[in-house]
Design a protein around this ligand. Structure first.
Ligand code: ZN
Length: 139
């Protein structure tokens, strides 16, 4: 069995954003040389997510609105976590809903997706350097 590890770095200029990272994951699969296996993609920070869904701008605005209804950023004083001096309690909650990681099958050297599946990095507390881990195993 072969394995391959790669980190993707982000420095999102806004507090929140959704970024399609499918091309970077496909590149990592090519670099790995693995034809049959699995790829794990996970956010390495507890205020960011990796998830799979449609690359459709309206849906991304719906996520933003829905997440802000569930866990509004303001007022920051409503969250116990922010008593630590941080202001990112909402980002921790949004991350929990949107998930930490995805696993995708690799078949014949390619991501074995359903018809509309794309991989996204979800940033909920940006404006600093953060990482995503890609780990690929197989042969
Ligand atoms: Zn925090």
């Amino acid at each position: 069995m072969k394995s391959y590890r790669k980190e993707l770095w982000f420095n999102v200029p806004t507090r929140r954003a959704f970024i399609n990272i499918t091309p970077q994951v496909e590149e990592a699969v090519r670099e790995s040389g693995i034809r049959e296996g699995l790829v794990l993609v996970n956010a390495m920070h507890i205020t960011a997510s990796v998830f799979i869904n449609d690359d459709e701008a309206g849906l991304h605005q719906d996520y933003e609105r829905w997440l802000e209804q569930l866990a509004p950023h303001e007022p920051t004083s409503q969250y116990l976590h922010n008593r630590t001096g941080e202001d990112n309690a909402d980002a921790h909650l949004k991350r929990q809903i949107m998930g930490r990681e995805v696993v995708v099958a690799i078949t014949n050297g390619r991501l074995d997706f359903g018809p509309w599946e794309q991989i996204f990095y979800g940033e909920f507390d940006g404006r600093r350097r953060k990482r995503v881990l890609i780990k690929i195993i197989g042969e």
